[in-house]
Unconditional design. Structure first.
Length: 493
């Protein structure tokens, strides 16, 4: 087999769609799994879609996700740079190359100049629509002699270059997911290859680049499948060896519609901002349209590299299930070092005005203990504020039915008074003291078990169930515990 070389070739439209990240990921896994190279190429030939900073954003998102490539476009010290022997890797810097190959096609009779005006093409399309036909160029300029076309160009007439497809010819190719595909040229348009602004179209540029960059496998979303016959024909027209095609099922939402920005989060940046971990997002995305033979669901990048194969990519769309994503992500939160989650959590806590930067700097241990206390219950880091909000108040209200019942129970006053009395004998609540604390209250009151613990928990947290109580005691500290008990006694008992 030829050396494996794959590429991810996004158009810099401003953000990285999670479907795009999955395409990049599968390319990466395949390259790693086969000792190949993975290239990042930027396809920016549609200048009307140019977005400032889009290349940098895209690369940042890829970098965050841990999907690494070997060659192509990188950002170093905030600047876009290119590395590799097949550059440039940004299509707008390759215009001369495309021009040369367009000329070659014209010379070989596989392409022709077309002078049709926008008005003519619009009315042609309109007419075809009325007749119920699929809109298609009618070949008006196909037979203009080359000399005549060149004269018209010399006189300054605007033109495009179109692919000259033969009539009734079967274009055949094999797709690793879809199998053998045959399309007749009568069902395809004479595709524009070079636009009037001198830029190639996607179809021209993608074929030239994939060939010159020696790409062995084209791994991309199935939305590009209808374009593939045109590309295959171009390889034939040039006499180039065809790559292997792999078209991936679209990432769909639960209604089986394409995930679109209108329905909410679709960009990698959105998921990052919500507090998903890169390992969680990548692990889950790998499973959207693919599964390993053993159906294992928690997979590190190393596991994915080892187990990934195109044979197990499904033909039907992959459903993006947010609940499952959350479940996978919660695994990575749970198993991360607490310091990492704390660092990620701090901006959310500041945003929610629970803490400020100074507090974060001065209380690293307290914050780590707090995060450790709720870490198990987080699906995403962004949930941290709602989980720990109760710690930042002087008092908590009791709203849950079962909690209200507990606080109205027997011995509650005795227990709460004993807690205050006991606390008044110490300076502060450290971890060791907190561990033995309820034992002291038991001794002082003779109350045991549920009757001892539940009122204490409800009075301090407002909830009948919740995080590790010893940690809550340490986190709240002496003064706050006393304040809370005072409030609860006045309001509920
Ligand atoms: N530039 C195309 C995109 O934006 C790439 C399609 C391909 O991989 O051929 O997705």
């Amino acid at each position: 087999m030829k050396d494996v070389r794959v590429r991810f070739a996004p158009s810099p439209t401003g953000y990285l769609h999670i479907g795009g990240l999955r395409t990049a990921l599968y390319n990466y896994l395949f390259a790693r799994n086969n000792g190949g190279k993975f290239v990042l190429r930027i396809e920016d030939t549609d200048q009307t879609r140019f977005v400032e900073g889009a290349i940098e954003n895209l690369i940042k998102a890829l970098h965050w996700s841990g999907v690494k490539y070997d060659e192509g476009v990188f950002v170093e010290d905030g600047k876009v740079v290119q590395r590799g022997e097949y550059g440039p890797y940004i299509q707008s810097e390759r215009l001369d190359i495309y021009r040369k190959y367009v000329d070659e096609l014209i010379d070989k009779g596989h392409a022709y100049y077309c002078f049709c005006s926008k008005e003519r093409l619009d009315s042609l399309r309109e007419e075809q629509k009325i007749k119920g036909l699929v809109p298609k160029y009618d070949g008006f300029c196909r037979n203009i002699p080359l000399d005549e076309a060149k004269e018209r160009i010399a006189k300054g007439e605007e033109y495009v270059v179109r692919l000259k497809l033969p009539h009734d010819y079967d274009i055949k190719f094999h797709d690793m997911v879809r199998g053998d595909i045959v399309i007749n040229t009568d069902d395809i348009d004479d595709q524009v290859l070079l636009k009037s602004d001198g830029f190639p179209t996607y179809h021209m540029a993608v074929v030239v680049d994939d060939h010159l960059m020696e790409i062995s496998h084209i791994v991309r979303g199935e939305e590009w499948l209808p374009s593939t016959p045109k590309h295959v024909y171009l390889y034939e027209a040039f006499g180039w060896e065809k790559p292997t095609y792999v078209h991936l099922p679209t990432v769909l939402n639960k209604d089986r519609k394409k995930l679109s920005k209108r329905q909410g989060d679709v960009s990698v940046e959105d998921f990052k901002a919500k507090g998903y971990l890169p390992e969680g997002l990548v692990n889950y995305l790998a499973l959207v349209g693919w599964s390993p033979e053993d159906n294992q669901e928690i997979l590190s990048m190393e596991d994915l590299v080892e187990k990934f194969s195109f044979e197990r990519v499904s033909k039907t769309g992959g459903i993006f299930d947010k609940d499952k994503l959350d479940w996978v992500n919660s695994h990575y939160i749970r198993t991360s070092p607490v310091e990492r989650i704390t660092e990620l959590a701090i901006p959310y806590l500041i945003d929610a005005e629970l803490i400020d930067e100074k507090f974060a700097e001065e209380n690293p241990n307290w914050l780590n203990l707090m995060v450790k206390t709720v870490q198990e219950s987080l699906d995403i880091v962004g949930e941290i504020s709602e989980k720990v909000e109760f710690l930042f108040k002087d008092s908590v209200d009791i709203e849950e039915e079962d909690a209200l019942e507990i606080i109205k129970g027997e011995h509650v006053s005795t227990v709460l008074d004993a807690i205050v009395d006991e606390l008044n004998t110490v300076e502060q609540v450290d971890e060791d003291y907190a561990k033995g604390f309820m034992k002291l209250i038991q001794k002082a009151t003779g109350v045991k078990g549920k009757n001892l613990f539940m009122p204490a928990r409800v009075a301090l947290t407002g909830m009948a169930h919740g995080p590790e109580f010893v940690n809550v005691l340490v986190l709240l500290g002496k003064e706050n515990i006393i304040k809370r008990i005072k409030y609860v006694k006045e309001k509920y008992i």
